[in-house]
Design a protein around this ligand. Structure first.
Ligand code: SF4
Length: 266
């Protein structure tokens, strides 16, 4: 972007905690005086050369950020990810409110949270990442100065290739894996507060069901009993969810395990 003499920027908050926004505002105040570098804040994305994005991309803000990006003139359409959240999701990585490009539910579908997820739809990547939680005004200015070609990068990225990596499959019993996956999925159903209790109750039912000759049928009976006794509709939903997920995961893990044994990996 070194051809640019000045850059008009539009700031969009894609779900930040406001930490980064405060630092961006600082940069634009007379104290740091970004205008001396030709960086000017504009009130509409239609006039902007660059979009300064702060915060993780949430389900709520996805459409607003997309609209702002599309409203910008097609060239140069620069995007600067400000802060760790906009760069990679930061502390919100794979969180519940993060925009998920894949509508299929499942713990293997990570919600990264960076602005990259939106730009990938246009086959693009952010032009500049300014990480930090939040980055200081000096760091933001330094990044923008690099974007304008006023400053050279002091550090350069390098790729590191290990000579030989021994691939070791983690040894974890299937039941433990199922438990961890259920725990992860359950927070999307009943939230953090209730999940431990429901999961604990469900695992006790599983243990009981395993003593019988037909654990699948027995577990179903036990779950129905629990369902009828329970008053909270969210917990009722959660226990049925757990039953379905449990068998889905168990079947999938056992199938995979058999395939590994057959291939001689286990
Ligand atoms: S990077 Fe830190 S300060 Fe910025 S939005 Fe994320 S949590 Fe907040």
């Amino acid at each position: 972007m070194s051809g640019l003499k000045s850059v008009w920027v539009f700031h969009v908050d894609s779900g930040s905690c406001n930490g980064c926004d405060i630092e961006i505002l600082d940069v634009l105040t007379p104290y740091y005086d970004a205008e001396r570098l030709g960086i000017k804040l504009v009130p509409s994305p239609r006039h902007a050369d660059a979009l300064l994005v702060s915060g993780p991309l949430t389900r709520q803000t996805y459409y607003a950020v997309k609209a702002a990006y599309e409203a910008m003139p097609p060239k140069p359409r620069i995007v600067v990810a400000i802060g760790t959240c906009a760069s990679s999701g930061g502390i919100f990585y794979n969180g519940y409110p993060i925009y998920n490009p894949n509508p299929e539910r499942g713990s293997d579908r990570l919600r990264t949270g960076g602005i990259e997820v939106l730009l990938a739809e246009y086959g693009k990547k952010p032009d500049m990442y300014i990480p930090g939680c939040p980055p200081s005004p000096e760091e933001i200015l330094y990044g923008l100065a690099q974007l304008l070609g006023l400053k050279e990068k002091k550090m350069k990225g390098e790729y590191y290739y290990a000579d030989e990596i021994e691939f070791v499959l983690p040894e974890r019993p299937i039941e433990e894996r199922i438990y961890l996956t259920l725990r992860e999925s359950l927070r999307r159903v009943v939230g953090y507060f209730d999940r431990e209790k429901v999961l604990e109750d469900f695992m006790a039912l599983v243990e009981k069901a395993q003593e019988s000759e037909n654990p699948r049928e027995r577990l179903h009976e036990l779950v129905i009993g629990y369902f009828l006794r329970e008053k909270d509709s969210r917990v009722k939903f959660a226990i049925r969810f757990l039953e379905n997920e449990y068998w889905r995961l168990k079947d999938a893990y056992e199938k995979r395990h058999l395939a590994l044994v057959k291939a001689g990996v286990r």
